[in-house]
Design a protein around this ligand. Sequence first.
Ligand SMILES: NC(=O)c1ccc[n+]([C@@H]2O[C@H](COP(=O)([O-])OP(=O)(O)OC[C@H]3O[C@@H](n4cnc5c(N)ncnc54)[C@H](O)[C@@H]3O)[C@@H](O)[C@H]2O)c1
Ligand SMILES: [Zn+2]
Length: 401
Amino acid sequence: MRTTWTFHSAGQLVFGPGAVTQLGELVRPWQLERALLVTDRALVAAGLVEQVEAPLREVGIEVVRFDDGAPEPALALAETCIRAAREARADLVVGLGGGSNLDLAKITATVLAHGGTVRDYVGDGRVPGPIVPLVCLPTTAGTGSEVTAASVLTDTDAQVKVGILSNFLRPKLALVDPRLTLSCPPKVTADSGIDALTHAIEAFTAVDNATFPLPPEERTVYQGRHPLADCLAEKAISLVGANLTKAVRDGRDLAAREAMSLGATLAGLAFSNVGVALVHAMEYPVGGAVHCSHGAGNGLLLPFVMRFNMTARRPEMARIATLLGENTTGLGERVAAEAAIVAVERLKREIGIPERLRDLGVEREQLSGFAEKAFAIKRILRVNPREVTLEDVLAIYESAW
Ligand SMILES: NC(=O)c1ccc[n+]([C@@H]2O[C@H](COP(=O)([O-])OP(=O)(O)OC[C@H]3O[C@@H](n4cnc5c(N)ncnc54)[C@H](O)[C@@H]3O)[C@@H](O)[C@H]2O)c1
Ligand SMILES: [Zn+2]
């Protein structure tokens, strides 16, 4: 039985519309000279890259641009980015983008500091010490990667997503400027937004910290559910519930964008301490095989996993229903808890997340292979509030197919 919990975040978090203009002043005291800016061409075209380069140059930092970032980045792309950082002799790494670019920036700052190759760090707790100073600026409201301890990459050989997890990966500065998300296209807004909701719901319904089943010889950044993370997750669920559809329908709605940026960052703070659970474990093989976005895969699976976890977390599910705006007054706990699933299903429809795995191009014959891969991701499965067997995982895939 555990009796203590901890909380980790980015070194500094600066939040608000226009925050990007402060970037130069925020990093000036670090006395660095050459930044590698990890980004992609869509963000160059959207005019966001210039907004980040200008304040850095103003304080005398030379900026080398790596704009080959791509969604769900492969291990090989990370190696390319690391080469670019070495050639640039970067002493600062800046990630600008959705989770994909931020994760690329995180692994780049890691390998730049400690040498070797990306594969040396795959897993939990394999980063030996602090990484090269890292700033992350999210342009989606989704992953929370700007504050989290993870870099998620795609192992294209094994067709599965892999994670590098270490508290050393948390950026020195997370600069969250909701204006950077205004140009985010509707599908990316929808997919990344429901990823944020998944983070918050998985953290809020996770196994308790006190009974977190970590074998004594193992170390992990995850520690199960605790009261500080609960506050953050609850707020994130209500922010996403009230604003995601608005942000998808009208991308220029700054109030909705700001609420989504806050929700996503809070969800990131919650899950990166508590852990994500069965939805994420089940999404990794799906995403690895059919190359759907991480958010679309998670959003699709979320209500099916909530149903499976219902018996272990009924009061929390009832609370989620209220947080998502359902009127649960006078309803018994069981009915109120069911309303959470109804609310998530409605949100999915409103924002266009596919209903079934077959809609993503998954073949039924693939499900047993997926189940084996998901069942092997023990670092995530142990966060789930209900113990899971291989047969359970397959049955949930079947129900979602
Ligand atoms: N590190 C973590 O803690 C963590 C957590 C969850 C997910 N992830 C990972 O993050 C990735 C998904 O990230 P994501 O959902 O943010 O999407 P993304 O980074 O994959 O971006 C998707 C697309 O949207 C474009 N885009 C993003 N912002 C834009 C903007 N403001 N204007 C115009 N175009 C924009 C990008 O150029 C890209 O083509 C996955 O690889 C996932 O596994 C990481
Ligand atoms: Zn996620």
